[in-house]
Ligand binder design. Sequence first.
Ligand code: PLP
Length: 385
Amino acid sequence: MPGIIKERLFTPGPTPLLLEAQVQTLTATLHHRTEAFRQLMRESLDNLKYFFNTQNDVLIFTSSGTGAMEGAVTNLLSPGERVLVGTAGKFGERWLDLARVYGLEAVKVEASYGNTLNIEEMKRKLESEGPFRAVFVQATETSTGVSHDVKALGALVRELPDTCLVVDGITGLGTTELLPDEWGLDVVIGGSQKALMIPPGLAFASVSEKAWKLMAKSRLPRYYFDFSKERKNLAKGEASYTPATTLVVSLHGALRYIRQLGRENLISNAALLAEATRAAAQAQGLGLFAKGSPANAVTAICAPEGMDSGAIVKEMRVRFGAIIANGQGTMKGHIFRLAHLGYYDVADLFAVIAALEVVLKKLGHRVELGSGVRAAQEVYLQHHS
Ligand code: PLP
């Protein structure tokens, strides 16, 4: 008899749901062409600006985050145009895939998995191989647990009047300080199943005035993800097509919670959990995959020499109901990832670290029980004296 095992998500999306926001969906029978829904949309759009930390328009789409990434490409560019892509993992590679599919000429700056992008190299490419219509990067590369210096990149791109900086902030938003307006992040993409604490199905894009001007000239085909059409409709509190109404209800509730909590507190929560996780992993004799600039959103941890990270992922699920993420692509089997974005708290962290210690010991890693938990507790106490 295994006893009670509760399933808990420690994955970088979907993330644990905010119960208050979910409960509201049970009683919502909304039609999207009503004043009640328009009111909900208007309030959500206003609070999304707070979440994104911007005065720019924020658009909502019913899709996963990749839909808004694709929309950023098709709305900004014309066939054959040149783009600069900074890639350091599976999601950076998605920008390259999109560029290829839409017949763009992509120049890439690549950092090997676990490393952050070299901004000097991006600068050199911008100067020597331009002009580029757009630069695409991630704020945080979820597949490797690394963050990129989008502030420094923004300072470079804002000097170029015909180039937009597009930042995939899908796991950066709510975990990392981002100042789109001051830093010149022209388009920032978000997704609902991350720090927003609600299910998958909504994608977001903030769009600067500079980006709107360039979009007016772009010629790639687009239909569903037509940013200017969506902007016009959202100004009336409406979506162009039937939106996922229940998700908009959850979004409304979650944004209200985030506003009460404070964006900065949401970010510092993720930062504390990430710092404590890194300390715990090292105390357990595990290596960190990020070689610098570790992300607050997720920590990528190397499996002990000779141990398949899939075995750790499996044991965590079977013994403790803890769903953690394996590595993606060539990282599969070598790393596992613990998330900190959204509705995770310190007690969640202490528990998952304690569970990890048991699993590591069972799988034959020489770890002293309590060593990781103690390291995490010490980090907590340093921040809460
Ligand atoms: N970009 C980043 C940084 C992500 O973490 C993810 C999802 O994990 C995506 C893009 C893709 O988002 P979606 O799966 O919602 O399309």
